[in-house]
Design a protein around this ligand. Structure first.
Ligand SMILES: *Cc1c(COP(=O)(O)O)cnc(C)c1O
Length: 438
């Protein structure tokens, strides 16, 4: 039977059919034929406690018996009130929470808040947005504009608004003759120079801690903190995207705390509901929020709102999720379990197509190359992703690569023995995939 479903970022002709996942338990996905595979990508980087966690399921069923959805337009509900308090409590410097239902929207909202802030305080010149090359902030038009990844968005370039882009110090591709520190200083100098010259920059937007979809680039120490200082010095709002990197993925609850860089606006998504329901949040400081306050006919309020904003079932599961981080001391557990990754560096880099291993917290990116010296990305006849998906499945893991990078983004609460098993299976998969490389 043919399906009527159109899949995301997928050449449908190459795939044809898809396995049906009918159940999940812990780190395992179980298909309709009863085959079990480890969810190595945490169902697109969002799963925290594994699948079918009873405490999270209970939060969903309990709330769904009371009220399933009621609008945030003119009304509120208990779960979103509680969640906002929870988020403010764990997010230093933040004061108010605006809800949406996916990360791209949360970033659109961050952009709109930043731009409108300057209008609200009567600064009409501040209209430009600065970003970092290869950042990724979502697939909608504003998010594509600020997170321009050429391979993904080239076809829509004409319709995107322009931004000021700065380079990122990529440890794997340091220009000849430079040290990583030189490289980082060059990037920062470029920013400082431009910031001193242009007084029209409204905001600087970047992912917090690491770039994910743009190629798993983990920032060198102090890069983010220094940018935040430059922004403060030059009157530019500092906007962070913690959608993929916050909530423990990189080993700390709030990545900007670790990076010592308090933003004016921050967005959370992916892990917010433990990976169970769709919800995202954009938080802002008191200074930003206060600028939106005025008489109705001053039109200073925020012009944004989605139908499903502040859904009470999603907020209930998010509250339960945050409670469990604290109850089970998840961040500590991640930091401990994360050490397992490093025990496998040698075995992974012994495979001759492995060019680089990038690891922090519960994230590993393994970049595959056909020439280690020249660092040329590998090519396969089918998409690399399809090859790894098929070989991964034979070894009992669900993989989704990012071009030539094998991503390991497992459920955050994965046990040490489970992670060891995942890493062994990943090594076998990379070895098996070698025969497909051209
Ligand atoms: C996934 C992601 C987004 C977009 O979130 P969606 O829920 O997919 O719209 C934004 N920023 C980062 C860093 C992401 O990884």
């Amino acid at each position: 039977m043919t399906s009527s479903v159109w899949h995301p970022n997928t050449q449908m002709k190459e795939w044809g059919t898809f396995d049906t996942i009918s159940k999940g338990k812990g780190i395992w996905l179980i298909d309709s034929k009863g085959n079990k595979i480890i969810d190595a990508v945490g169902s697109m980087w969002c799963n925290v406690w594994g699948h079918s966690n009873p405490e999270l399921v209970k939060a969903i069923t309990n709330q769904s018996k009371k009220i399933q959805h009621s609008s945030m337009f003119n009304l509120t509900n208990d779960p979103v009130e509680k969640l906002a308090k929870n988020l403010i409590r764990i997010s230093p410097g933040m004061n108010k929470v605006f809800y949406s239902d996916n990360g791209s929207s949360a970033m659109e909202i961050a952009i709109k808040i930043a731009l409108q802030y300057w209008k609200n305080i009567g600064e009409s010149k501040k209209t430009q947005i600065a970003t970092i090359e290869n950042g990724y902030h979502g697939d909608t038009f504003g998010a594509m504009s600020v997170g321009y990844v050429p391979e993904f968005f080239g076809k829509f370039k004409k319709q995107l608004f322009s931004t000021i882009q700065f380079p990122v110090p990529n440890k794997y591709r340091i220009p000849k003759g430079l040290t990583l520190t030189d490289y980082q200083n060059d990037c920062l100098e470029k920013m400082e120079k431009r910031f001193s010259k242009d007084n029209n920059i409204a905001a600087f937007i970047m992912e917090s801690g690491a770039q994910m979809a743009g190629g798993v680039i983990i920032y060198p120490n102090d890069f983010q903190r220094k940018i935040s200082k430059l922004c403060k010095k030059h009157g530019i709002l500092f906007v962070l995207d913690e959608i993929a990197t916050g909530f423990g993925r990189l080993g700390s609850m709030i990545q900007y705390k670790e990076q010592k860089s308090i933003p004016d606006i921050v967005a959370y998504g992916k892990m917010l509901t433990g990976g169970y329901l769709t919800m995202a949040a954009t938080l802002s400081s008191k200074k930003i929020y206060d600028s939106f306050s005025g008489e109705f006919n001053q039109w200073k309020h925020l012009f944004h709102g989605h139908t499903y904003t502040g859904n009470p079932i999603a907020a209930s599961v998010a509250n339960q999720n945050i409670l469990m981080y604290e109850k089970y001391d998840l961040i500590k557990k991640i930091q401990k379990t994360s050490k397992i990754f490093s025990q496998y560096y040698d075995d992974i880099s012994a495979i001759d197509i492995v060019g680089d291993i990038r690891h922090k917290g519960m994230l590993m990116g393994i970049e595959l190359v056909s020439d280690r010296k020249k660092k040329i990305p590998i090519k396969t006849k089918k998409s690399i992703n399809k090859v790894f998906f098929e070989e991964g499945k034979k070894n009992g893991i669900y993989l989704r690569t990012l071009g030539n990078i094998v991503m390991l983004v497992p459920p955050l609460s994965i046990e040490e023995n489970e992670l060891e098993s995942l890493l062994k299976k990943t090594i076998k998969t990379i070895q098996a995939a070698k025969s497909h490389i051209i």
